[in-house]
Design a protein. Structure first.
Length: 384
């Protein structure tokens, strides 16, 4: 097998991920070998020091000391040695298929940029492309594991960071504290990360590619290899994939390319996943509390919905009251009802809901305010 690796990937992370996967399948993993200009068969024999020395590739594969799986870290190889090792891996795979009951595999890891036109997978040679292994869900669990406290800050990180980093866990630490600051601070940090990865030089090429199209979502991506038009970004680690969001440009590349609406959209979608259910639970609790105190008649006696369809829904159920109607009703209610806390909570919730409904992210301070007001509202309910 040949594994094509984009640039700026951690050697230790890739080795660790592959080693864990191999061991989970109960295969015997040999030591990681770094190929050089030496003839491939001689290089393996020198590393394994098998005795007696096999005289052919067939004898080596069948030898009991030959590991079931061997990782070949060829990311330091030049183009010519890579071609030699590619041919050798293909010969190896072809030889193994001719042997019954023998499971021996070589996995050659090489930098994709060294093979502009990689071979295609066939029965003799499997070619795979390395994508980051962390989904948005796994990133969320990682954030939760770092901070198990149920606080606004912990929850904010748990929803926003997975939406931003696109599976790149190396971004978690640099963004861990900045995520509560204005978006400009996140953009600045991501731009710095992109510069440190040497991506600035690629920006003109990437801008030209992105001027014609943007990466499509999961429904349009079914192959392991990146779509040809996106190879220049993938080769440098600037094209990401997660099951939740599909193909996306790396956030550090987004910052370098000054694609601010794209970064805002990723922040917004993390906030939307967190806040829209939270806001709706507040709306339902307000409906329930007001109905308990004033009967269902409050919904239409204090104010009327502006929309006819909404009016018909409210007639059927008081829980159909929406934010605009609720705020209007609360402010029309008699001052004797002492609804100051409900008015404040509904007003803040409506404002945040309207921002999110128009695809505008909110700030952490607004979320904290909403969280605290909801907590105070619940506390009041337990003492009534």
């Amino acid at each position: 097998m040949v594994l094509l690796i984009p640039a700026n990937q951690s050697h230790e992370f890739i080795h660790g991920a592959l080693s864990d996967l191999i061991r989970q399948k109960n295969f015997r993993l040999g030591q990681i070998i770094q190929p050089d200009k030496t003839e491939p068969l001689s290089a393996l024999l020198d590393t394994w020091k098998i005795s007696p020395v096999p005289t052919s590739l067939n004898e080596l594969i069948c030898h009991t000391d030959c590991p079931e799986i061997t990782l070949l870290d060829g990311r330091q190889l030049a183009t010519e040695p890579i071609q030699s090792w590619l041919r050798f891996v293909e010969r190896w795979s072809d030889q193994v298929r001719q042997l019954d009951g023998i499971e021996r595999s070589l996995c050659l890891c090489v930098n994709a940029e060294m093979i502009p036109k990689p071979p295609t997978s066939d029965v003799k040679l499997s070619v795979r492309w390395w994508w980051r292994t962390s989904s948005a869900l796994e990133t969320q669990l990682y954030c939760r594991g770092r901070n198990m406290n149920h606080t606004p800050l912990a929850i904010w990180r748990e929803y926003l960071l997975p939406s931003i980093v696109a599976g790149d866990l190396s971004l978690i630490d640099p963004l861990w504290d900045i995520i509560v600051q204005p978006i400009d601070a996140t953009t600045h940090q991501l731009r710095h990360i992109g510069q440190s990865r040497g991506w600035t030089i690629h920006c003109p090429t990437w801008k030209h590619i992105l001027s014609k199209a943007s990466p499509q979502k999961l429904a349009f991506f079914t192959e392991n290899s990146p779509p040809p038009r996106w190879r220049p970004l993938w080769d440098n680690g600037a094209l990401c994939f997660t099951p939740e969001y599909g193909l996306e440009i790396h956030p550090a590349a987004i910052a370098l390319l000054d694609r601010h609406p794209d970064l805002e959209q990723r922040i917004w979608r993390g906030q939307a996943a967190l806040l829209l259910p939270f806001l709706d639970s507040i709306r339902l609790d307000l409906c329930r509390r007001l109905t308990q105190r004033f009967s269902p008649t409050w919904a239409l006696s204090w104010a009327q919905p502006a929309d006819y369809q909404e009016l018909e829904r409210v007639k059927k159920s008081v829980f159909a009251v929406q934010w605009g109607h609720m705020v209007k009703a609360l402010y029309n209610a008699s001052h004797n009802y002492q609804l100051r806390q409900e008015k404040q909570l509904a007003t803040v919730a409506q404002k945040i809901r309207n921002e999110l409904a128009h695809y505008r992210p909110i700030c952490f301070a607004d979320f904290t305010t909403l969280w605290e007001m909801r907590a105070a509202f619940e506390q009041k309910g337990t003492t009534v």
